[in-house]
Design a protein around this ligand. Sequence first.
Ligand SMILES: Nc1ncnc2c1ncn2[C@@H]1O[C@H](COP(=O)(O)OP(=O)(O)OP(=O)(O)O)[C@@H](O)[C@H]1O
Length: 736
Amino acid sequence: MLARGPARPAARLCYKPKLSPPSPRRADGIDIEARPPSPAVPDSSSPNTSGPLVVMESNEPVAEAAPSAMPLLHGVPGAPSPQFALLNYFFPGFSVFISAANAYIGTDVNLYIHSLIALCGAVVVWSYARSFVWNLVDEHLMSSVRIRTDDEIYNMVMLWLSKQKFSQTSRHFLANTNLNSRSRFMYRYNDSSDEDDDEDDNDEDEDGGGETVGETVGDANGHQKSALHYTPAFGSHYFWYRGYPLMFERHQNRQEVNLQSLSEREELSISCFGRSPWILKQLLVDARQMHLKKDKRKTLIYRGNLTETYWQRCMSRLNRPFATVILNEQAKRELLDDAADYLNPSTRRWYANRGIPYRRGYLLHGPPGTGKSSLSLALAGYFRMKIYIVSLSSASATEENITTLFNELPTRCIVLLEDIDSAGLTHTREDAAAPKAASTPPPPPPPALAGGGTAGPTPPAGGRLSLSGLLNILDGIASQEGRILVMTTNHIEKLDKALIRPGRVDMIIPFGLADAGMTAAIFRAIYAPYENEHALLHRPRRGKRSRAKDVCGHADEADQNDGVAERLRTRERVDGLAKRFAANIPELEFSPAEVQGLLLRHKREPERAIDAAALWVTQMRKERKAKEEELEDTSKRPKEQPMPSDAEGAKVEDGGAAKASPTAKESAAPEPKGTADSVEREKAAETPYETDEDTPPSSVDSPVVDSKADGIGSAKVLVSPSEAVSGTAADAATTD
Ligand SMILES: Nc1ncnc2c1ncn2[C@@H]1O[C@H](COP(=O)(O)OP(=O)(O)OP(=O)(O)O)[C@@H](O)[C@H]1O
């Protein structure tokens, strides 16, 4: 449709020539007009402007709506307006946006360019101003604390955070199965067994009605998987703490560019308003207490890493109740009283006033498997002390290393030196290396020491710890005060008098083989039901399936309804059975550990344990006899055979001399494997199965070697396959 008329001559005069022929896209890429060129539009260059004006009506609005979009208004035809070009330069795609707005909304955004530029400027200025003001506020009106991953406080704060509501509800969060720092500086404090804590945490939550923190998941077999903990993601998070608004920030520390993973490079900070940081300190105290509470029911065990000379936290065990260590009641009471008196805060001053070094030492001695380590652990748990174990028979146990370790000990702790007789301290290295060492008793201590003097034998070559070195570490002038030293040995007679003189050892506690009373007590400890477990006894024999269920800890309804009365009845019955069992075991012939081994094979069937006792005794005796004969053969052999090679000698030199001493129990001679007792004796003889590869193969029926049941020391302990599934029953029964 064409129109002729004088309605808008100016518009036509001005625009038509420039729009003809209209181009869908200009040289600068800006869409101006999407309409097809109109053949009726006269050429602007044509001088014939007086001719009839034929204009497409549809072009009119374009001519009117476009002026601001038309850059030629500003001069050079086809050139974009400066603002337009600038915006397009800084915001690629801006022109597309403008065109789209033009085409679809009919709005000319160019009209608002100035406003837009002003807005952008305002935003930039605001962001700068805001950060400037915020920095000022932060610096002068706020307090903050930074927490790095290489300090234990990180673990504490993370635990605390994971229990806060804002962590639970945060939309951006990190899920962790292990909250502890991965920093290599911190790794030493980490404890793989802490995963077990989840169960305890949940218990506490149930008790205290606290927030749900971890979600421990059990599989069909009742095995617990690690709990999930949620902590706020990287960035800033705001929360309320004791009525104060606080800000938690989690940063990635980009300056530390190394091969560590992301979580190792993070840093936490918590800020509060006000110039006083007391609320932050309060928060840290809370976090610390929560962390300590987590370990409240645990005994923390540290092991001396002699290569890198630091104490490595190797595990935490539920406190072992003192009552579960079967020992002469009077001896136990005396030990407890003595330790309690020593640890009393006023005692330290008492010692200091009299110039007496504030130290206490106990020596526990007796045959293997009689409860020495168990008592040490129970003592640590009773007084809530950490236990530090160091192996003096290690090749890296030099005087310097041990001194460094002892200097790092906290003031209140238990230091455990296990099997001190086997540390090779009573003789020089040269003596120990002598080929006869494997078959002859060690030489008597040098005369200088026999009288209790502190001068030791010649320091061994290679920097190994000497007796005098150890004595200096234990109570030399530079040695630390405040700790309790516990030494255990199977051969008190081998120890130098200097080592066990009063002042170094203040109480000697003997442990013995099981008498009737002990045997009955062990029986009761295993079969008596505890409040937190369903009765194991007197279940009607059921199908395989239901028995398997019990093993996995699923209590059936009847078990759940077991009341106090039933427990009492069961205990009475167990008492009677215990007496019967004790009557079947000869007194002072077997160690408590050996008796416990037998019972653990029938841990849900006390009657069967009683029935099996007689046969077990016969087998044990047979095995012992066979072992003694082998031992005799072995002891005769050196006379007929050539001397051992250098390599064998070196083994003995590495602390093996005492282990190879020719007593029936401790002989290193090969023995038939496969029974609990033979493996127990392997433990006693400290057969050096250091790695899994070295572990002898075990059949289904034979016990397997696992980490030590009492969790102390690196020595291996023996558990039956069923124990391997459900844990050490005796120990489980004794947990609080
Ligand atoms: N007197 C005891 N009371 C309770 N349990 C005992 C006793 N003796 C041994 N046991 C049990 O036997 C196992 C081994 O005990 P423990 O390690 O304490 O013996 P030990 O005397 O330290 O042995 P070793 O001299 O070989 O180190 C543990 O599971 C422990 O529960």
